[in-house]
Design a protein around this ligand. Structure first.
Ligand SMILES: *Cc1c(COP(=O)(O)O)cnc(C)c1O
Length: 509
């Protein structure tokens, strides 16, 4: 069965998977959506004997139907190799009444590696298949983790260049150090004087600007995106939810056909959307629990059907009245007010109505708000949205450590705290998988402050040893690296200067 991709804002355009991967975003600003979600061909019972790569092939081939078996298997082989520090690739850890799906065993110790270690290979194959002559320029806005994972994935990949924009002062010390020490002849890292949404908006603007695209083409370049809007990111993320289910089956924690709940710490809505796609493929999934931090725009949306990036929900009156402030938290990868991938869910719950989707997205960029219909809201029943503030997140890190000797990072802790609340509110005891999205080593200070608030250590990097003592987990190579690697990037620019930086990087005057 051939799957084609069209824009969430226009059902009439149609692209193959490889074309959609190269383009990243549709020309009209919409996101590529498959014309149908393929059903799993093999049952979880049949898949449970396969390893991660085997499951990856069985899932991805259903979406990327213009890739040959050899092409796709080649990409999978090159992605999920010894860059990961465990053969399981994504191990499940049972702690405190839930299964933590550890998605941080790749080169940059956060879950973005799961998709970004394969995306460059998918792009390389796609470029060849489509006879692309231009060099691919990856433009990425990052709230911290995507940037490094994309840099690591694309560094020195022939036929590509990559420029990464991050909010200066809006990412953790370790995250910043990881990025500014990135080696590679084709990489550029730039801090911007703004937040993540500014960076993302700036990148989207460059993608949408016909004049600058034409200029680039003339100089032999074409833009693409490694952000989580690319289907080449989304599809590999579906894999690990199917994989997690098959591991629970193999370990006899569940029986064939049993449902699981999935709880995901959410920012741009990519990871949880992948879990939703897994459910739509036929994986037995009950609730999809969408966990937010203090930037709770998604919680407000699930509660009311209104997405409002300017005003926050007042629970007592049920009205949106206070100003919605962008808050920096200890889980920076979830500090997002515009969750791009939500558009794919909106499209689906609008019954695939591209005009309606377009109208809502225009309202969001115009008035800063949209409201979905009652019918669309009913289709949201698969989801449960909740949020945990900074105090609950820190409490969870501490109690998880004290009661279960398991150290989790602040993103995972937000999900764990939300899951506790879900369970006590609903009494739902369905086995649950919680996406564990970063190694605690990546967010050292927040983790140690939560566990040992009395410790007074100014040097973030000294905390590495402290965490090792507390957790008993070896220091990952990614962390050892940044202790010694030289800083290679120190550019900082205004929001308005982003395009100039890119032209400069490409040597275009
Ligand atoms: C990116 C990220 C998230 C959020 O994932 P989305 O797909 O953007 O919802 C959560 N945790 C960590 C550690 C991340 O890097």
């Amino acid at each position: 069965m051939d799957i084609r991709y069209h824009s969430s804002r226009n059902n009439d355009v149609s692209f193959s998977a490889s074309e959609a991967i190269l383009k990243g975003l549709a020309d009209d600003g919409g996101l590529f959506v498959p014309d149908k979600i393929p059903a799993l061909e093999k049952s979880p019972e049949e898949l449970k004997t396969l390893d991660y790569k085997g499951v990856a092939y069985e899932v991805m081939k259903l979406f990327l139907t213009d890739f040959t078996e050899e092409e796709l298997k080649g990409c999978i082989e090159r992605a999920y190799d010894s860059k990961f520090d465990t053969e399981a690739i994504a191990p499940l850890v049972n702690a405190g009444g839930a299964y933590y799906l550890e998605l941080f065993h790749g080169p940059t110790i956060a879950f973005k590696d799961m998709a970004l270690s394969i995306l460059p290979h998918l792009m390389g194959v796609s470029a060849k298949k489509n006879g692309l002559k231009e060099e691919i320029v990856i433009l990425t806005a990052t709230s911290g983790d995507t940037g490094k994972a994309a840099l690591a994935g694309f560094a020195d990949v022939p036929g590509t260049r990559i420029a990464v924009f991050y909010p200066k002062g809006g990412v953790s010390v370790v995250q910043e150090k990881q990025m500014v020490t990135q080696r590679g002849k084709n990489v550029k890292v730039i801090g911007i004087k703004g937040n993540f949404d500014d960076a993302q908006t700036g990148v989207k603007k460059m993608f949408g600007d016909e004049a600058s695209k034409a200029r680039l083409k003339e100089a032999g370049f074409v833009f693409s995106s490694a952000n989580s809007i690319n289907i080449g990111r989304l599809v590999p993320q579906v894999v690990y939810y199917v994989y997690a289910y098959t591991r629970l089956l193999a370990e006899e924690k569940i029986k064939a056909g049993d449902k699981i709940n999935i709880c995901v710490p959410t920012g741009n809505f990519g990871n949880i959307l992948a879990a939703y796609y897994a459910k739509l493929m036929g994986l037995p999934v009950g609730k999809l629990i969408c966990a937010s931090n203090t930037n709770k725009v998604l919680y407000d949306f699930f509660k009311t059907g209104v997405y409002d990036r300017l005003h926050t929900l007042d629970e007592e009156s049920g009205e949106f009245k206070g100003e919605r402030k962008f808050t920096l938290t200890s889980s920076p990868s979830m500090d997002i007010l515009i969750s791009s991938n939500l558009e794919r869910l909106i499209y689906r719950i609008c019954g695939g109505d591209d005009k309606e989707d377009k109208k809502l997205m225009e309202a969001l960029s115009g008035e800063g708000r949209y409201e979905i219909s009652g019918e669309a809201r009913e289709r949201l029943s698969d989801f449960y949205g909740a949020y945990a503030d900074e105090a609950r997140c820190a409490d969870k890190i501490k109690s998880m450590y004290e009661e279960h000797s398991y150290v989790i990072d602040p993103h995972t802790a937000v999900a764990a705290a939300v899951y506790d609340a879900y369970r006590s509110e609903t009494g739902d005891e369905t086995p649950a998988v919680i996406a564990s999205t970063a190694s605690p080593y990546k967010f050292l200070r927040s983790v140690i402050t939560a566990i040992e608030p009395e410790l007074d250590e100014k040097d973030d990097l000294k905390l590495i040893d402290r965490l090792k003592n507390i957790s008993g987990v070896e220091i990952p190579p990614a962390i050892q690296d940044i202790l010694t690697a030289p800083v290679l990037h120190d550019n900082v620019c205004e929001i308005s200067g982003m395009e100039g930086e890119v032209l400069d990087f490409l040597g275009i005057k």
